[in-house]
Design a protein around this ligand. Structure first.
Ligand code: 5GP
Length: 190
């Protein structure tokens, strides 16, 4: 998606530690009209995959998962990063190492929202080394749901997570693939 590359070039900032900051359209501030088009594009890519649910991890994947789910006409399931008091006791969990926060957390989702037979599309803002997707993959496996693929806004291809998943036969569609980045330049794989 050319528009995603252009948005990164005009609005993205490269921070130390291989972090691309896109806070003004994808994370802290949302460019809702742009993200609506992103959601439609993600839905178009998986239109024939028989998706029954879209899943993401809070917080930064929620907007994209919601808009993609809306375009597909299916529910969006949000995996939480913490147990909460009103959380059902019947849950699936996965321990995930966070790329941006350099810690690990327990991803948790109530069992009632994932069923055997569900065909699930993972949506996320970034794909780096792939830990978040691996965690969701584990949860889907425990639920007996089928992973139909991953729709990612920005894949940092140089970190290898996407290619490792593709090598295992998982369909990964990224709207922009960053090949390299430095303080003053970002290049894309096309
Ligand atoms: P992974 O688990 O693939 O290593 O990292 C993916 C997760 O880390 C995404 O859900 C995203 O929230 C966060 N992340 C990874 N790299 C970046 C980045 O360069 N910028 C931002 N804003 N988030 C990132």
């Amino acid at each position: 998606m050319k528009a995603m590359e252009e948005k990164i070039l005009t609005s993205g900032k490269v921070l130390p530690g291989n972090v691309l900051k896109v806070g003004n359209f994808l994370n802290q501030q949302l460019d809702v009209n742009f993200l609506t088009e992103v959601g439609k594009e993600m839905a178009r890519l998986f239109a024939d995959a028989g998706v029954t649910k879209v899943i993401t991890i809070e917080a930064s994947g929620i907007a994209l998962a919601t808009l993609t789910a809306q375009a597909l006409g299916v529910p969006a399931v949000i995996v939480k990063k913490h147990f909460s008091a009103n959380q059902s006791k019947e849950v699936y969990t996965a321990t995930i190492d966070s790329f941006t926060h350099k810690n690990s957390y327990t991803a948790v989702v109530a069992r009632e929202y994932l069923n055997e037979g569900d065909r699930v599309l993972i949506v996320d803002d970034f794909l780096a080394v792939g830990n978040a997707i691996r965690g969701l993959q584990k949860i889907l496996g425990e639920a007996g749901a089928t992973l139909v693929g991953c729709a990612i806004a920005i894949e940092k291809a140089f970190q290898g997570g996407g290619d490792a998943l593709r090598a295992e036969g998982i369909r990964v569609e990224s709207l922009a693939m960053v090949e390299s980045m430095s303080d003053d330049s970002v290049t894309f794989r096309r």
